[in-house]
Design a protein around this ligand. Structure first.
Ligand SMILES: *Cc1c(COP(=O)(O)O)cnc(C)c1O
Length: 394
């Protein structure tokens, strides 16, 4: 320890975070399969992976990766615009555009990189970006990087979005509206039909990041496919790192929009292409999603089972939050579950608003009915304690 001003700055910041129950830690996690994790020498049953379909450990993904590794090497070698655009990219982009029924698709290094690059590729100074207050950090990042004017509408409040557009749209050149298909920390779905209509009425372009919907909702094709008729959404983003079980992300859009994004998105141009093995795994996973409807339906079915057992309302996605309020309550509840063999991380600010720290459960096709019943039974007494604490606080 040099005790430089930088070290003291860091130590002071860390102390403050720890005192407020906000210190985060990196723990070694050996994922033995989609839901069984060894940490600190103990095997835990995980309810906090985004591996909704249990594909991260599927041998078909591993085989595809091994073959690509032998054929194309371990790394892409350069940016996609230089020599990193190996032939697997084309195959996956074509397949994804087919699934989404769009003209074109462009793969990015990750969901974070997609949002950080696509939003500023389309919106700039003199434009307006209107986004859901709970939109993912990467969308906020992209909105800020665009240097457009930013407004937030109340979470899932299409009426508020319409009011902002009615009042402000006229003062700006172009306008982007941003939301998620399934909200990552709440598990609720955006009113995509209403937002699509409002956006079109105000000559604004709707971008939906369906990171948690692709592979799980709409028969695996994503949140938009839950609607009939399907809403018109010109910019559709999804990730390859959640249900797909690999890594990367994609934009599905019209041919000119995809071509423009390829010209302008800095997070595509100034970064190395994905390793060929990773793209190969995604291709294998997308085939599984298209051909195994029971696997695709399983995560939501398990979330419903969990909620029914605890008397909670029917979930809209495989993400079920149980909001406990103060940071330390969520940490204590997570620790109690861990002692009983369940891994459910506590989600705290700034990931969620202050005072809404929570346990966040995600359900996977790899969970068995008995797993879900056991964790629900372990959660019930924690919810009863909360109810008692809340009653005595009022
Ligand atoms: C997880 C997530 C991302 C980030 O995706 P990565 O591929 O993990 O970088 C982006 N947007 C939303 C809504 C997410 O939930």
């Amino acid at each position: 320890m040099t005790n430089s001003t930088l070290d003291r700055f860091a130590a002071d910041k860390l102390d403050r975070a720890a005192r407020r129950g906000l210190r985060r830690e990196l723990r070694p996690m050996h994922r033995r399969n989609a839901v069984r994790i060894v940490s600190d020498g103990r095997e835990l049953l995980s309810f906090c992976c985004n591996d909704y379909l249990g594909l991260t450990h599927d041998p078909r993904l591993a085989e595809a990766a091994a073959e690509a590794l032998a054929t194309y090497g371990a790394g892409a070698g350069a940016s996609r615009l230089v020599t990193g655009n190996h032939p697997l990219y084309d195959r996956l982009e074509e397949r994804l555009a087919g699934i989404k029924e769009t003209e074109a698709c462009c793969i990015f290094g990750s969901g974070y990189l997609a949002n950080a690059g696509i939003i500023p590729a389309i919106a700039g100074p003199g434009d307006l970006v209107v986004l859901d207050a709970l939109a993912h950090a990467s969308m906020h990042m992209g909105a800020r990087a665009s240097r457009a004017e930013i407004r937030q509408f109340a979470h899932n409040d299409a009426g508020h979005c319409a009011a902002i557009l009615a009042e402000e749209r006229g003062r700006y050149r172009y306008c982007l509206v941003l939301t998620e298909g399934v909200f990552s920390m709440d598990g609720d779905r955006a009113p995509l039909d209403a937002l699509a209509e409002i956006s079109a009425a105000h000559d604004s372009w709707l971008l939906v990041d369906d990171a948690h919907g692709f592979g799980v909702l709409g028969g695996g094709r994503g949140s938009i496919f839950e609607y009939s008729p399907r809403p018109e959404i010109p910019l559709q983003i999804g990730t390859l790192s959640k249900a797909v079980g690999a890594y990367g992300a994609f934009l599905c859009a019209s041919a000119p929009v995809v071509a423009l994004v390829q010209q302008r998105a800095r997070s595509l141009i100034y970064t190395t292409g994905l390793p060929p093995s990773v793209v190969a795994s995604s291709i294998a996973a997308v085939e599984i999603i298209a051909s195994e409807p029971e696997r695709v339906a399983a995560p939501l079915r398990q979330a419903r089972r969990f909620c029914a057992r605890l008397g909670l309302g029917a979930p809209e996605s495989p993400i079920v939050p149980i909001v406990l309020g103060e940071e330390n309550r969520a940490l204590a509840a997570s620790a109690t579950l861990e002692r009983e063999g369940f891994l459910v991380t506590a989600i705290r600010p700034p990931t969620v608003p202050a005072g809404t720290s929570r346990l966040r459960f995600t359900f996977s096709a790899a969970h068995e009915d008995g797993d879900v019943d056991r964790v629900a039974d372990a959660v019930r007494p924690l919810m009863a304690q909360e109810a008692t604490a809340a009653a005595s606080a009022t």
